[in-house]
Design a protein around this ligand. Structure first.
Ligand code: HEC
Length: 132
C-alpha cells in the first residue's frame, strides 16, 4: 500500500478506534448553511487551504504537488461518513504533526469559529465557480 494511503488510513483508524482529543470531543459545527459564513469561509479557504488542496478541494494545489502523502481530496472526503464535525475540527486544528504529514495545524492561526466557517464552505460544495 502506498505510504500516503497508509497515513490517511492511520488518521481514520485513530479516529474510529480511539477518539479525538478531549478539546474536540462532541464539538458541533456552527454556521451550517449560513450564506454569510460560507462566503467568509471561502475567503479563509482560499487564503489558507487552496495552495495545497486546490480551489475546489481536489487535492491539486500547486504547493501540495511534492507532498507525500499528497493533500487530501477534500471534495470527496467531506461527503463521507468519517467527516463528522469533531473529526474535521481535529484534523484542521491539530494538522498532521502527529502523523508526520505536511498538513499544517491551524489552531494557532484560525479561531475555532473560523474553522467552522471553512467547514461550512466545504460542505456547501466549495467554489461556486466550479468548472462544470
Ligand atoms: C501545506 C499544505 C497544506 C495546507 C496549506 C493545508 N493542508 Fe490539509 N492536508 C495536507 C496534506 C498533505 C494532507 C494529507 C495528510 C494528512 O491527512 O495529514 C491534508 C489533510 C487534510 C485533512 C484530513 C483529510 C482526511 O481524510 O482525514 C483535512 C480535513 C484538511 N487537510 C483540511 C485542510 C483545510 C481546511 C486547510 C486550510 C484551513 C488545509 N487543510 C490546509 C496539506 C495541506
Amino acid at each position: 500500500m502506498p505510504k500516503g494511503m497508509q497515513v490517511l488510513l492511520l488518521r481514520h483508524w485513530t479516529y474510529v478506534n480511539h477518539a479525538v482529543p478531549e478539546a474536540y470531543q462532541n464539538a458541533r459545527s456552527k454556521f451550517q448553511g449560513d450564506s454569510v459564513a460560507i462566503l467568509e469561509g471561502g475567503q479563509l479557504y482560499n487564503q489558507h487551504c487552496t495552495s495545497c488542496h486546490g480551489a475546489n478541494g481536489l487535492g491539486n494545489g500547486i504547493a501540495g504537488k511534492s507532498f507525500m502523502p499528497s493533500p487530501a481530496l477534500l471534495s470527496y472526503m467531506i461527503k463521507q461518513p468519517i467527516s463528522a464535525d469533531e473529526y474535521l475540527l481535529w484534523a484542521i486544528a491539530d494538522g498532521g504533526v502527529q502523523f508526520q504529514t505536511s498538513m499544517p495545524a491551524f489552531k494557532d492561526k484560525l479561531a475555532r469559529d473560523e474553522i467552522w466557517k471553512v467547514i461550512a464552505y466545504m460542505r456547501a460544495g466549495f467554489s461556486k465557480k466550479k468548472a462544470k
